[in-house]
Design a binder for this molecule. Structure first.
Ligand SMILES: Cc1ncc(COP(=O)(O)O)c(C=O)c1O
Length: 390
């Protein structure tokens, strides 16, 4: 009897992820208070409208309500999403361009399954969401990392250097986990021009997979560039986990640009991938619940308040911080090795993740989707550790 070598390697390389979900720490005793900033599992409760809609659905049962939905998802749900996308983007989305998925992660996996042949390359901008390389590998692809600039903005030259005739897709996550960066309209347009040039040279259209997990968590009135109006080969992976604070409910969707040449075949491929990856239909109860919750989001001001409280304090203590424009992570630089710094924080009961896990050493990732109290109480520990290093 044996376990897959690749899986064993994956477990060894990311065993700490399991510990995070279990809420365990390396150094802290059971008695010591723990401030856990490792997981993007929001401690802000879902908006009231979510509970209302959930109750409405539960109070109005109908025959077959808990059966499988169509593999692409309920038509009414997909129509509601298409209507919102059409209104926001000014493009003719219909239910035929939308497929319901098991969260954003499910969307990313069916997209990759649908488009990749063995050995196809997928470009990922680094720092990156740490699951991408595994998702790409799940479907026989090869992950190619492209470094962003020191301030996490796009580096078009780095991107151009990594595109080859085997490049099948580029994944863009904005607002970004772990940096909070929103890639500018201008930089995404440069990227689109570059991809367009490469498409013409190679005669093989590169997909842009836009991971929109944090599209609603945006601060200071920042506007997200409209990727659908920038690049027509876009496949969108969206999720209700973050806007509605319901990551455990596993609901999201994939949407494809209405003008994409192969939109019909691609939707068929996504439906097939949803089936054979064993998701079948996305969680049906949630499909009903979110139908009337398009555009509903937790109070962003709550997150912004936490961001400001945290960033101001860290800056006062001497941390070098790029204030996140969206999402709910801070990615400060560490003086010296990020693994050592992470361990020192751990000894103070502060749990964060080393930047190395996100493709950039010399940083730590702090998830601030926690109670304000947790942030406040942790601050002396952050100061103490920085003082030790200065
Ligand atoms: C960048 C990014 N993409 C996708 C996901 C997956 O989210 P979910 O599957 O809960 O929708 C996450 C979760 O944290 C994320 O941070």
């Amino acid at each position: 009897m044996s376990i897959s070598i690749k899986v064993m390697e994956g477990i060894a390389a990311s065993s700490w992820v399991v510990k995070i979900f279990d809420g365990r720490s390396q150094f802290v005793s059971k008695e010591q208070e723990v401030y856990d900033f490792r997981l993007g599992n929001p401690k802000i409760e879902p908006p009231l409208k979510f509970a209302e809609e959930l109750k409405k659905v539960a109070d109005n049962p109908f025959p077959g309500m808990h059966g499988y939905s169509a593999l692409a998802g309920h038509v009414q749900t997909r129509e509601a999403i298409a209507k919102t996308l059409s209104k926001e983007r000014g493009l003719p989305f219909t239910a035929q361009h939308v497929i319901m998925t098991s969260g954003g992660a499910g969307a990313l996996n069916i997209i990759l399954k649908a488009i990749l042949n063995p050995g196809d390359e997928v470009i990922v901008l680094s720092p990156l969401y740490l699951e991408y390389p595994y998702y790409i590998d799940n479907h026989g692809g090869v992950c190619c990392l492209v470094e962003t600039n020191a301030d996490f903005t796009l580096n078009i030259n780095n991107l151009a250097a990594k595109i080859t005739p085997r490049t099948k897709a580029v994944i863009v996550n904005s607002p970004n986990n772990p940096t909070g960066m929103i890639y500018s309209d201008e930089s995404l347009k440069s990227m689109a021009r570059l991809l367009g040039d490469k498409n013409r040279q190679v005669g093989n259209d590169i997909f842009l997979i836009y991971d929109a997990a944090y599209q609603d968590i945006v601060y200071d009135g920042n506007k997200l560039p409209d990727i659908f109006n920038i690049y027509s080969n876009t496949i969108f992976a969206a999720s209700y986990s973050k806007p509605l604070s319901i990551p455990g409910e596993r609901i999201g969707y994939a949407a494809i640009h209405p003008a994409m040449k192969i939109s019909g075949e691609l939707i068929e491929a996504l439906i097939f991938a949803n089936r054979v990856l064993g998701y079948l239909s996305a969680p049906v109860l949630m499909q009903h619940v979110i139908t009337n919750l398009q555009g509903v989001c937790v109070d962003r001001a709550e997150y912004q308040e936490r961001r400001d409280m945290f960033c101001n304090a860290l800056q006062d203590f001497g941390y070098s911080v790029t204030r996140p424009m969206g999402a709910y992570y801070i990615f400060p630089e560490t003086p010296g090795d990020d693994l050592v710094f992470t361990q020192e924080l751990d000894k103070e009961g502060i749990l964060v993740l080393p930047g190395k896990s996100f493709g950039r050493s010399g940083y730590i990732r702090i998830a601030f989707c926690v109670k304000k109290e947790t942030i406040k109480k942790s601050l002396p520990g952050f100061k103490k550790v920085m003082d030790r290093f200065r």
